[in-house]
Design a protein around this ligand. Sequence first.
Ligand SMILES: Cc1cc2nc3c(=O)[nH]c(=O)nc-3n(C[C@H](O)[C@H](O)[C@H](O)COP(=O)(O)OP(=O)(O)OC[C@H]3O[C@@H](n4cnc5c(N)ncnc54)[C@H](O)[C@@H]3O)c2cc1C
Ligand SMILES: NC(=O)c1ccc[n+]([C@@H]2O[C@H](COP(=O)([O-])OP(=O)(O)OC[C@H]3O[C@@H](n4cnc5c(N)ncnc54)[C@H](OP(=O)(O)O)[C@@H]3O)[C@@H](O)[C@H]2O)c1
Length: 484
Amino acid sequence: MGSPPYKVKSVAVIGAGAAGAACAAALKAEECFETIKVFERRSGAGGTWIYDPDPEPLPLSPGSLPPVLDPPIALPNGPFPQRLPRPKRQQRFEKTPIYDLLTTNVPDIAMSFTDLSFAYGPFAPHYIPRQYIENYFSHHRSDGYLVLDTTVEDVSLVDRTSRRWRLTLKKTDGDHEIWWQDEFDALIIANGHYSIPFIPAVDGLADFIASFPGRVEHSKTYRSPGRYAGERVLVIGNSSSGHDVITQLRESGVCKPPIYVSRRSRSRWDGEKPPPGVAWKPIIRRYHAETGDVEFVDGTRLANVGRIIYCTGYRASFPFWNAKTNGRPLFDYEKDLLINNFQHTFLTDFPTLGIVGMPRVLTFRSFEYQAIALARLWSNRAAHALPDSAEQRKWLERRADLTRQQRRRFHVIDWDTGETMEWFRYLFELSGLPVLEGIGRCPPTLGAATRWAIEHVKKYPEHEKDEGAEGWEMVNEKDTLWFI
Ligand SMILES: Cc1cc2nc3c(=O)[nH]c(=O)nc-3n(C[C@H](O)[C@H](O)[C@H](O)COP(=O)(O)OP(=O)(O)OC[C@H]3O[C@@H](n4cnc5c(N)ncnc54)[C@H](O)[C@@H]3O)c2cc1C
Ligand SMILES: NC(=O)c1ccc[n+]([C@@H]2O[C@H](COP(=O)([O-])OP(=O)(O)OC[C@H]3O[C@@H](n4cnc5c(N)ncnc54)[C@H](OP(=O)(O)O)[C@@H]3O)[C@@H](O)[C@H]2O)c1
């Protein structure tokens, strides 16, 4: 095993979100894997789209990254299986960031998988993608692969020569935990990357958090405007979460006006001046724990801020990856990339490991391309082999150089420059066609209607592009475009 021909008979998938759903369908369609298991720590499929009405307060640790915030759990010594008393709970960030009024922000024709439509769109409430993902497993009869309420706590190579993977798994049973192990020829990591909130390090912030408990939070725990009634609110970050939180607070009218927004850069929705009821601030220089003041880099200060919401995004976490047994870490937090990845999907030094869902680009659709490419590769039906290690490394170096020069994140793939199409094309052409007998999933096309929707159907107007421009549509109502 290792390079083609692959001898993969059993495959594990970590995570039953949209990426896991795409993997289960693609693997099943090949009709050649004897065992497929999708391990999911929640009690149902849906991933990010499962709504948790009651987000528990999360630890706030400015500047900390996942290896510190979300470290591996101590594994029991074998032999397995074992039933052990449940120890004191370690924060695992399982709950999702879904808030009450969240709707999707990608038109459904482009967000859904190609073989099943969303119930409606173009921008659906958050429960539609959750229902959809659950249903997608049943639609493909891959629901039988789900192993729910089960956390993958450790991923280790069985040994370096066989390239098989040993998973250490945990289930909770009342006040006990059940631990066991299972081995697979190949593994797909589809664990999402919006679980661990990121809060930047700012002078005085840690002391401020300690002095004013409950005043600072991350958008992961934001649910609805009502909780901010009568407060002076400061929002940090103006990307999707920031923009939504600001819009919802502003429209609700419950907070003390104006809502302050600390921006590092102009977002694609920002015009020349802030919308009514919003005041823009630059980034924060320092928090003053003794007075409660917030000081910005332009020297201005805000006093009496009742609530501060960090909408500063998330960082990927892989606490189950055993760097010691596997010989290296999986992720480089300094360079912000998957080590030795090729095309954001394959791992040059681990041919029986795949990862689906890392790039920030069209989500479900890209998971479909990635999942089909991996399934096709491991079933030995891919149109061609992956390039050799040297070529794969060259690809990584080229992309790392490019994204460094352009001050972009490695796994954020541009739409406007054609980068997304180029990436999809690679996976599409690698996958090739299913066999004549109909075994295997056809890699999807990205047709004109879908591309048009991506470029023209917007949830919010994008000021730089859309002001005065012709040919874009703002769609708020269901079913207003014929193809959606
Ligand atoms: C607030 C918010 C809004 C978003 N809105 C949109 C949108 O409108 N449109 C869009 O296209 N995308 C949106 N996204 C991105 C969204 O995350 C993707 O659409 C997609 O759902 C990601 O799917 P995934 O399967 O990669 O990850 P997830 O949905 O996160 O699924 C990963 C699964 O893995 C499980 N898991 C993790 N670790 C383990 C483990 N050790 N053992 C077992 N199970 C594990 C998790 O419980 C989870 O169920 C949004 C994200 C956020 C945070
Ligand atoms: N369906 C929806 O409507 C919806 C709603 C919310 C989220 N989402 C999705 O959820 C994912 C996460 O979105 P997100 O908005 O939470 O995170 P994000 O897109 O990663 O944005 C992070 C924001 O924080 C700012 N930031 C990061 N580090 C900072 C620092 N050190 N100092 C100051 N500002 C800093 C960034 O500024 P810069 O721009 O300068 O980097 C950016 O504005 C995305 O995929 C998004 O599409 C979707």
